[in-house]
Design a protein. Sequence first.
Lengths: 955, 77
Amino acid sequence: MDSNKLLDAGTPARTSATTVSLQIDGVPVTVPAGTSVMRAAISAGVKVPKLCATDSLEAFGSCRLCLVEVEGRRGYPASCTTPCETGMKVKTQSKRLADLRRRTMELYISDHPLDCLTCPANGNCELQDMAGVVGLREVRYGYEGENHLVAEKDTSNPYFTFDSTKCIVCSRCVRACEEIQGTFALTVTGRGFESKIAAGPTNFLESECVSCGACVQACPTATLMEKSIADAGQPDHSVVTTCAYCGVGCAFRAEMKGNEVVRMLPHKDGKANHGHSCVKGRFSWGYATHPDRVKKPMIRASITDPWREVTWDEAIDHAASEIKRIQKKHGVGSAGGITSSRCTNEETYLVQKLVRAAFGNNNVDTCARVCHSPTGYGLKTTLGESAGTQDFDSVDHADCVIVIGANPTDAHPVFASRMKRRLREGASLIVVDPRRIDLVRMPHVAAQYHLALQPGTNVAVLNALAHVIVTEGLAKEDYVRARCDVAEYEKWKAFIGLPKNSPEAMAKVTGVPAADLRGAARLYATARNGAIYYGLGVTEHSQGSTTVMAIANLAMLTGNLGRPGVGVNPLRGQNNVQGSCDMGSFPHELPGYRHVSDPKVRELFGAFWGVPIQQEPGLRIPNMFDAAIDGSFKALYVQGEDIAQSDPDTKHVLKALASLECLIVHDIFFNETAKYAHVFLPGSSFLEKDGTFTNAERRISRVRKVMPPLAGLADWEATMMLSRALGFPMNYSHPSEIMAEIAALTPTFQGVTYEKIDRLGSIQWPCNDKAPEGTPVMHEQEFVRGKGRFMITDYVPTDERTTRKFPLILTTGRILSQYNVGAQTRRTQSSVWHAADVLEIHPHDAEQRGIEDGELVSLQSRKGETTLRAVITERMQPGVVYTTFHHPESGANVVTTENSDWATNCPEYKVTAVQVTARARRSEWQQQFDSVQDQQESLLPKGALEKGALKGDVR
Amino acid sequence: MDGKKLVKMANEIASFFAAEPERKTALEGIAGHLKRFWEPRMRREIFAMLDQGVSGMSEFVVAALKEHRAKLEPAGK
């Protein structure tokens, strides 16, 4: 349950243009119309006893504890379900009310185990509190009668228990699952005395429950209880910080006992999540103190040598001397760095500064290269800014939602819950995805259109949608002519109106029936507010940037930009993808997306840093690999990124890494990339440092240190040491000083300070003189580039084609319980839901190949072969198979190709021609992987890490 | 650098800009993209291949490289 209960106002806040004034216990109070008497009472400083009410849920009125008296009315209405009316005079305390409440509590307690002293909720139990509040002194009924005091505790979920003996059937958990999470996994079975909370027919683990924790948080007793609290006891203090998983960027209260985290609770005032969470942020934080954490720096001369544990000074001196030696021998351009979307803005800023100022080149890139770099290119080109246009709250005003190439219920679950709530309220939904993702049909949500396109044909679908809108006269011409470059629009309009872009012509390519495309186009174009949400299913294609531009075209064409409820919304994969891009991590851009060729920008940074900035763009990650293989790139500093597992065409990546003379890996775990490293610098988790993350809605939130770095240094401190050793001293004593420098040099961050973030909770950039408290919705009056620019987006098929030898298309993605390369989540109990990557295949394709469910099958492409267990499912369309990349030994990227987006080199993860065959044995690559794993484990210092540390599973 | 890969990348850039109705705009688009996003050693390599008459480059790429050579060729080595 939520230990934040003192701040609970009982029922949700209401917004209304009108107010009502009333008296509660003689205290005058004015509240928005629709506010409950309970909430009004709390705003007047009067607490009404309650059990079934909490301010995250609509009032239910079942516990009969919050009764009040209203002058001139008969009876004792529940204050939670009674709306305030003007002139009302309410009494919350009287002898009669006290008697009624005490009798109600007596009934509750007569069927409740009296083990308070040994109960895990002791000191944080609303039932216990209410017994005290109503003055319960005796239970007259005895405990001999029929009761619910004997029942087996459900411990099946790895993170929380369900003890029905402590349940008061207040339904808060059921309502939380429905209203907040939108999963509808819980129900009340039976009636009257037989009423029980149930998660499906067996237990929580086997139910539809997604372990978001909303029910546990809502529970007023110890019925639903975190195992971590049962083990450790109640926390002694808490610190508000930001989750280090996906791009939703949820605010959490890290609840602590000393330096130990005992619970992560979603922060009610968090503006990205409003008190909600998912299984990863809420529960999957045990990795931070997992025994696999590397705590000492290590060095070695070659990748076949044993590692040697050394001091920070020795490791840094060795790394710096190697970089200097290599640059002297092979030139300034032979070294580079990769920043991390899992590190803070301040750390990312320092790494790009290190490369540009201390290495003396622009060879810096970031993991956004392999996910959202096309978003940066596409939105900058069309709208003028490399970022999403809205805040998450905007979805509350959307009337039609398009979800394209995104699977929010798995990858951005907290935002998905918000979106599902709006869909349950009646907004229409169009899903564009080759797979039947959960959103297509789930409890109380059904897509009006599921455009199940062939992988690689996003542009064809979007062009066809635009074609319908233009040719059927549904475009918002007034908006376009006022807000956009009219000459570019006319040119684009002539292109999009061509018959080749019609749904009928495109149906052959996309596989989507023309009637569905026409229906979807009309639905979006005629909605009052149409919003587009997209993910890596848009960007990770050979036409990724073109697709982003086609999305922007569609939004401009329908006037769906510049106000709440609309917009172009990239759902970012990792927690700080937006921030790492903002901070100048791309080789062609300094912080704030300003090109290195601009002399004024170079002069600004050059003067501040005291070194000249190179005017030519540097190498992007795939270019670095090619240059390493050709021998012109020899040294690489990688912070918080596992390129050996996450980047496509693994054999090519490993060949490049093995070609380097100095690879410095800076990470919390000895990851796949570290197997090819010469220097290992132990990193710090998000719990061990101060800084900021920027989420998908441009929201800058504080990351706050709750424990000292396990290896002694935060990542920003280690980067400073390396820079100093290279002869370019950096002297920051706290990350707030780094942010001050960012603000001084970056117009969109000009008004950002730690003090302001602390005061406001978070800030959405741009934050400057024009918008001192940030910008929830961009492009309100005009586009950042002035006039919006329509771009011609001709459909160009990918080079990756199916053949008789490779007749299926493989597309990749992620699932709810695991995150990215799995380095964090594999080291938590969440592996119970996904212990290995699997291959999803349609029953028809499976039958043709004689494949049975659960069988080990071979997955082969032109690039390589791996094996996975097959899962036969109709989620897939015939001809398309799917897997994830959360486990290194699965080798999903052994199969993916070097094809990439034409503009940004973002890999085409989503389209690989493959064959799948039955009855497989582990592939040659996997056997080689096992052998490298064993060899590298044997080279680790004795006692430094436990056996199995390279595998990285839960122990 | 892998010359074959550079040619493929350049051709893909050209296939985007080739949709421009004005050829001049298309060639400027291709050249501008190479200038803004390709590291000097990549541009040097593709010019070397152009000079050697390596096959496989699209007509748009060849035209853009020739027409905008002065702007695209990096200074020094």
